[in-house]
Design a protein around this ligand. Structure first.
Ligand SMILES: Cc1ncc(C[n+]2csc(CCOP(=O)(O)OP(=O)(O)O)c2C)c(N)n1
Ligand SMILES: [Mg+2]
Length: 324
C-alpha cells in the first residue's frame, strides 16, 4: 500500500522531532541541566521512524536500539516525549498523556547490549503462542551483532519460525571500534543465510526504503513464514556517548567520513524528496520547524518543573522509565 501524503508528512515530522529531542538532551548535558550519560542518535533517525511508524500494530512487541535512548521508537509508537526529557534531567514526569511504553509493547532498553536478542526470541514465542498475528521487532547495532546471544536467538527463531523482525542499525562503529576491524564480513545481512532466513541491506538514510524493507519482513512474519533480517546502513554524527572521546581506535574519527555522511542526512534527503514531489512547500517546512522548536522549549520548561524523585519512593524506577 502506498503511503498517503499525510503519512509521508508524519514520517518527516517524526524524524525532525526525534532530532530535536536528541539535541535537547545533548545541549542540556552541556549546560549541566541534564545528568548521566547520553548516546546520541543524530544521523540515523530514518531507522526507528521508517521501521516502526506504519509497520507495527499497537500490540506488537518492540526492543529498541539504544541510540537516542530510544526516543525515535517512542515517538513512532505515539508515546509522549515528556518522560524521556524529564528522566534525563533527573526528574519524574508528571501529567503524561498518551500510552505508556508497556502499552505499546516496548519491553525495554537494556544496558547490556545484545541481551535483547534472546529476550526478543522469548517475546517471539509469546507472540506465536498468543495466536493473534503479533510480531516482535528487535533493533540492534553492528557491534551487538558480535554477541553470542545473536546466534542462540536467531537460530531458535528460524527453527521455530518465530514472527520476529531483526533490524540492524549499522553505523559502522561499536564505541571506538570500527566494524571493519571487528567483524569478518562487511555486511551484517550476510549472517541471515546462516540461519536460513532472508537478509536484506537497505539504505538507512532513506526513510521510505527502511519502511519498505521492514514492511516486507513484518508481512512475512505475520504470515507465519518466520523471521527476517534487515540491515540498515547508517552513521552516527556524534561520538559514542556525550562527554567521551569521538575516536576510532585511538585516533579522532575521520572528519571527511562525517562530512560525506552528512551530505546524505536522512532528514535533508526526505525533505528534498517531499519538496520535489510537492507534498511539502517551503512554508510547510518552516512551520514544522517552528512547531517542533516550540515543542522543545515547552518540554524543557516542563522538565524544570517536574519533581526530583525521592529515593524512598518504591515506584521511582518505573515512573522514571514510564513503563507502567
Ligand atoms: C555486553 C556489553 N558489552 C559492552 C557494553 C558497552 N557498550 C555499550 S554500547 C557499545 C557499543 C555498541 O555498538 P553497536 O552495537 O554497534 O551500537 P552503536 O552504539 O554503535 O549504535 C558498547 C561496547 C555493553 N553495554 N554491554
Ligand atoms: Mg554501531
Amino acid at each position: 500500500m502506498e503511503l498517503t501524503q499525510d503519512q509521508l508528512i508524519k514520517l518527516y515530522t517524526l524524524m525532525v522531532r526525534t532530532r530535536k529531542c536528541d539535541e535537547l538532551i545533548v545541549n542540556a548535558l552541556k549546560s549541566g541541566k541534564a545528568i548521566g550519560f547520553f548516546h546520541s542518535g543524530q544521523g540515523s533517525e530514518a531507522v526507528p521512524i521508517g521501521a516502526c511508524t506504519f509497520n507495527l500494530r499497537d500490540d506488537d512487541y518492540l526492543y529498541p536500539h539504544h541510540r537516542g535512548h530510544g526516543i525515535g521508537y517512542m515517538l513512532a509508537r505515539g508515546l509522549s516525549p515528556k518522560p524521556f526529557v524529564a528522566s534525563h534531567m533527573g526528574r519524574v514526569a508528571q501529567d503524561v498523556e498518551g500510552p505508556t511504553a508497556r502499552e505499546r509493547g516496548i519491553h525495554g532498553g537494556s544496558g547490556t547490549i545484545g541481551a535483547s536478542f534472546v529476550l526478543s526470541a522469548g517475546m517471539g514465542i509469546t507472540a506465536k503462542k498468543n495466536g493473534k498475528n503479533q510480531i516482535t521487532a528487535c533493533f540492534f547495532g553492528d557491534g551487538s551483532a558480535n554477541r553470542g546471544t545473536l546466534h542462540e536467538a536467531m537460530n531458535l527463531a528460524s527453527v521455530w519460525k518465530l514472527p520476529i523482525v531483526w533490524v540492524c542499525e549499522n553505523n559502522l562503529y561499536a564505541q571506538y571500534m570500527p566494524l571493519k576491524d571487528s567483524m569478518a564480513r562487511e555486511d551484517i545481512a550476510d549472517l541471515a543465510s546462516g540461519y536460513n532466513m532472508p537478509g536484506v541491506i537497505v539504505d538507512g538514510q532513506d526513510v521510505l526504503a527502511v519502511h519498505e524493507a521492514v514492511k516486507a519482513a513484518v508481512d512475512r512474519a505475520r504470515a507465519g513464514e518466520g523471521p527476517s533480517l534487515v540491515e540498515c546502513k547508517t552513521y552516527r554524527y556524534r561520538g559514542h556517548s556525550e562527554g567521551g572521546p569521538d575516536i576510532s581506535h585511538y585516533e579522532p574519527r575521520p572528519a571527511k567520513e562525517l562530512e560525506e555522511w552528512k551530505k546524505r542526512d536522512p532528514i535533508k534527503l526526505f525533505r528534498e524528496n517531499l519538496l520535489q514531489q510537492g507534498v511539502l512547500t517551503d512554508a510547510d517546512v518552516e512551520r514544522i520547524d517552528k512547531e517542533i522548536e516550540a515543542e522543545a522549549e515547552t518540554l524543557e520548561k516542563y522538565a524544570d518543573e517536574c519533581p526530583i524523585p525521592k529515593p524512598e519512593d518504591p515506584s521511582v524506577l518505573d515512573r522514571l522509565l514510564y513503563a507502567e
